[in-house]
Design a protein around this ligand. Structure first.
Ligand code: UDP
Length: 367
């Protein structure tokens, strides 16, 4: 069976690594995976470092498409992916998450009548102003196999009338966290390098368009993180887009007390997450990793797709108000840990289930 996997952005490299490893270790004889990198994330520290560290095979195609508006980027990807898919004629196109690469690949495949399998199907923020929500709703609509991480995701699809092809497999990010949690402890010297003490610092990330592209929200976030950094060491690995926007507006100064670093390699990030006293973020992946590692999380968004982390009392949604962010992080620092016995994200074998469903539910090749 041939699968074309399409990835383009940092979180997709991490999720695809888990499934790709299962294919290479347990199904190498049954499954031929062709990896396509759209080029959406291209900086070494947003892309190549993940291929190296997570042992992801070299992509068969690198389309080198990045930048421009959402429409231009998605359009160029659509055109290039159509060519790739016509040449490869796979049994499945496998897509992850909610980026422009996800949407372009799903659409290109659907138009060629190649079945699409979507990992992270059914996640919803119910906020259609988010580019991610548009991408995931549309990708789900054209997918034949909807591989859901949670029961919530299955219920979201049912509410939209989508029941066929829906499979709850668990969250591949949870698989990843189990695989790397010990490896990161031994394999990263990030705490030492940054002069940090275990449980003695806050880890922050910010990159969602709803925060970076709204000047009021971005300023409030920069002020809040700067204020927190006055009292507790705060490390902020800065997404290239966030750094650019902060620099353009002259707001990097608001973060004068924080440790601003370039985007981190994965093992360093996992080590810093595990050692943090609290995490403050707008990232989907980082919210869950905080939950997996029992670190209290404050989420600078108005809604989350990962509602289970909030229901478990491990994550607080505070939007982008300066006071609310500062108060919630102080609370998190003052409270006990948040180890939760809830297991909403599966049993750590989601990636195996993804491959098993692909094998079981493949139609004869269209070749
Ligand atoms: N990540 C990383 N280095 C960083 C920031 C994040 O390795 O400097 C990892 C993080 O641990 C998580 C993933 O990237 O696994 C999350 O990706 P991102 O926040 O870009 O996207 P989202 O999850 O919000 O879609």
């Amino acid at each position: 069976m041939r699968i074309v996997t399409v990835v383009g952005a940092r979180p997709q490299f991490i999720k695809a690594a888990a499934v790709s490893r299962v294919i290479r270790t347990a199904y190498a004889r049954q499954v031929d995976e062709v990896l396509v990198h759209t080029g959406q994330h291209y900086d070494d520290n947003m892309s190549q470092v993940f291929f190296d560290e997570l042992d992801i095979p070299r992509p068969g195609y690198n389309l080198s498409i990045s930048g421009g508006g959402h429409g231009a980027m998605t359009g160029r990807m659509l055109e290039a992916l159509e060519e790739v898919l016509q040449r490869e004629r796979p049994h499945w196109v496998l897509v992850y998450g909610d980026t422009n690469s996800t949407l372009a690949a799903a659409l290109a495949a659907a138009k060629l009548h190649i079945p699409v399998a979507h990992v992270e199907a059914g996640l919803r923020s119910f906020n259609m102003r988010m580019p991610e929500e548009v991408n995931r709703v549309l990708a789900d609509r054209v997918s034949a196999l909807l591989l859901c991480p949670t029961a919530t995701a299955v219920a979201n699809l049912a509410a939209e009338g989508i029941r066929e092809g829906v499979r709850q497999v668990g969250d591949v990010m949870y698989d990843v966290s189990l695989y790397y949690r010990e490896r990161a402890r031994g394999g990263s010297d990030a705490l030492r390098r940054l002069g940090l003490r275990e449980r003695g610092y806050v880890l922050a990330t910010c990159h969602r368009a709803e925060n970076t592209d709204d000047p009021r929200r971005l300023q409030a976030i920069a002020q809040a993180l700067g204020e927190i950094a006055q009292g507790t060491p705060l490390v902020l690995p800065l997404h290239p887009r966030t750094r650019k926007l902060l620099a353009e507006r002259g707001w990097l100064d608001l973060l004068a007390g924080a440790r601003l670093v370039d985007p981190l390699a994965f093992l360093d990030m996992v080590a810093l997450e595990q050692g943090a006293a609290a995490i403050v973020t707008d990232s989907g992946g980082v919210q869950k990793e905080a939950f997996f590692y029992g670190v209290p999380c404050v989420t600078m968004r108005d809604e989350t797709e990962w509602v289970e982390t909030v229901e478990a009392g491990a994550n607080r949604l505070v939007g982008a108000s300066r006071q609310a962010i500062v108060a919630a992080v102080r609370d998190a620092l003052g409270g006990a840990g948040v180890a939760s016995s809830a297991q909403p994200y599966g049993d750590g074998h989601a990636a195996e289930r993804v491959v098993e469903h692909l094998l079981d539910e493949a139609r004869p090749s269209t070749q």
